[in-house]
Write a protein that binds this ligand. Structure first.
Ligand code: NAD
Length: 500
């Protein structure tokens, strides 16, 4: 039997294999193990931190324009290698190639934003804050920073962090998801080829041992995390206990309110993509539709189930498929168990994806698009983040009931209202306790020059990722107040607070 290749680490510009512990990486489209990934030891992670620490002084003093030039080159390389990157994402994540390219494009947009580093890092300057006194504030890099990323966007989420951190003058250690590490490794190599000095950017693959080393090593100044809520909470608490700055983005349960005046064709079309695209493995997936009023619920269910009959679920490499498999067999079992629990607790399964079989790919981790009606807020399937191709429908009488439902949920990542009524939409935007809100826009993911983040238990920390918040997260402010008195103007000592 052919020996499987192992995805190692990228430290100080070199690929390293620390293969004492490894884990299987699957091709979820056919259920076959395609590679092994090395799980870094504490010592390997410490080597990566040392490399980043050694590279920091020179990188910090590299002019922002030169740091930005590396990002210009990196963007060019990402575009040149789009096909290979999409292929690697598809092979290990399972998302269809068209969707994999979409993910990469959203990541490239953050690289483009980071190319504006000289402008973004200019700081503020005021001449004459007092007689002959000038003051300015700078954005100073933190030092070695770390990122820990989830499986569902193996290139986009790392790209939310790395370009921002690097153009700000930090050096970086990334711990990608161990479930689909190859595309992340590939873009890391491209970043080094783009002209980064050795040690500025490093990747360690691994599990809890690697993460805990990053969280507790005193040389790491800040941690960005994206993943599930229980781990996000753990990361935030541990990082804080070790005196680190931390932003930890967690899970989600995103509701779409469908008002009685909504354009139903638009609702159905956009719900299909937002609920089932990428197999529902998106933190912004719309997984609950809340219908308001008497008639719209039945109509929505009927139109949705007709449209769902045409959806195609299958392997990543066939671009005519709408969505692919789930990431692992264990995750498939979890999603199926959620559907079964909804049924057992009294909901109605309208379209059932539990027993789907994809011809020629019978061992793949597929669950078909599933529609569940008459879901109630106390059901386990409603409370949990399912993270699969499952859309649940809850019927309420008024918009106030819908808002209350959303505001009572522990998660607050994304939401959307479908309506033709501007006043209702405005009221919704003002009163919903969610970080990213759409009005007739199903997946309101902020563009690269805004910032991404949820509320409540969808984000631990103060700042969102990328955009202006990204600059703030990866720098600390230093404010300098300066006077050059002429020798003839010497003053005596002052004992009260200076009042300029
Ligand atoms: P996960 O929490 O299982 O893993 C995320 C990262 O944490 C991985 O790198 C993993 O190796 C590491 N990790 C896992 N268990 C750990 C432990 N016990 N101790 C330390 N580190 C650990 O998440 P996932 O399954 O890879 O990704 C899906 C989740 O990510 C979903 O909940 C999804 O909503 C969330 N997500 C959120 C956002 C957002 O912006 N809010 C974006 C993408 C994904």
């Amino acid at each position: 039997m052919e020996k499987l290749s192992t995805v190692g680490h990228l430290i100080n510009g070199k690929k390293i294999e620390d293969t004492q512990r490894t884990q299987a990486v699957y091709n979820p489209s056919n259920g076959i193990v395609s590679k092994q990934v090395a799980l870094a030891s504490k010592q390997t992670v410490e080597e990566a931190i040392s490399a980043a620490q050694a590279a920091f002084p020179a990188w910090k003093n590299t002019p922002p324009l030169r740091r930005a030039r590396v990002m210009f080159k990196f963007k060019e390389l990402l575009e040149q290698h789009t096909e290979e990157i999409a292929q690697l994402i598809g092979e290990e994540h399972g998302k269809i190639l068209h969707d994999a390219k979409g993910e990469l494009q959203r990541g490239i947009e953050v690289v483009e934003y980071a190319c504006g580093a000289p402008e973004l890092l200019k700081g503020d300057y005021t001449k004459n804050v007092g007689p002959d006194i000038d003051s300015w504030s700078d954005f100073v890099p933190l030092g070695v920073v770390a990122g820990i990323t989830p499986f569902n966007f193996p290139t986009m989420v790392p790209l939310w962090m790395i370009p921002m951190a690097l153009v700000c003058g930090n050096t970086f250690v990334l711990k990608p998801s161990e479930r689909d590490p190859s595309s992340t490794m590939f873009i890391g190599e491209l970043m080094c080829q783009a002209g980064l000095p050795n040690g500025v950017f490093n990747i360690v693959n691994g599990d809890k041992e690697a993460v805990d080393t990053l969280l507790t090593d005193s040389r790491v100044q800040a941690v960005s995390f994206v993943g599930s809520t229980p781990i996000a909470e753990y990361i935030y608490q541990t990082a804080a206990a070790y005196g680190k700055r931390c932003q930890a983005l967690g899970g989600a349960k995103n509701h779409a309110i469908v008002m009685p005046d909504a354009d139903l064709d638009n609702v159905v079309n956009s719900l299909l993509g937002a609920a089932f695209g990428s197999s529902g493995e998106r933190c912004m997936a719309l997984s609950v539709a809340v219908t308001v009023g008497k008639d719209i619920g039945d109509q929505l269910i009927s139109n949705l189930s007709n449209a769902m009959a045409k959806l195609k679920c299958g392997p990543y490499a066939n671009n005519s498929n709408d969505f692919g498999p789930l990431i692992t067999q264990a995750h498939k079992d979890k999603v199926v168990a959620h559907i079964t629990s909804a049924e057992q607790q009294g909901a109605t399964i309208i379209v059932d994806g539990r027993n789907i079989s994809v011809s020629g790919f019978e061992e793949g981790f597929y669950v078909g698009a599933t529609l569940i009606d008459h879901v109630k807020p106390d059901m386990d399937s409603y409370k949990a983040e399912i993270f699969g191709p499952v859309l649940q429908v809850i019927r309420v009488e008024t918009m106030a009931d819908a808002l209350q439902l959303i505001n009572n949920h522990e998660y607050g990542n994304g939401t959307c209202i479908y309506t033709r009524d501007g006043e209702a939409a405005r009221y919704f935007c003002d009163n919903v306790m969610v970080g990213m809100v759409g009005v007739n826009v199903p997946l309101p993911v902020p563009v690269a020059y805004h910032s991404f983040g949820g509320w409540k238990r969808s984000l631990f920390g103060d700042l969102h990722v990328y955009g202006q918040d990204g600059i703030r997260f990866y720098t600390r402010r230093k404010t300098i107040t300066q006077r050059w008195p002429s020798s003839s103007l010497r003053e005596g000592a002052q004992f009260s607070m200076p009042n300029l």
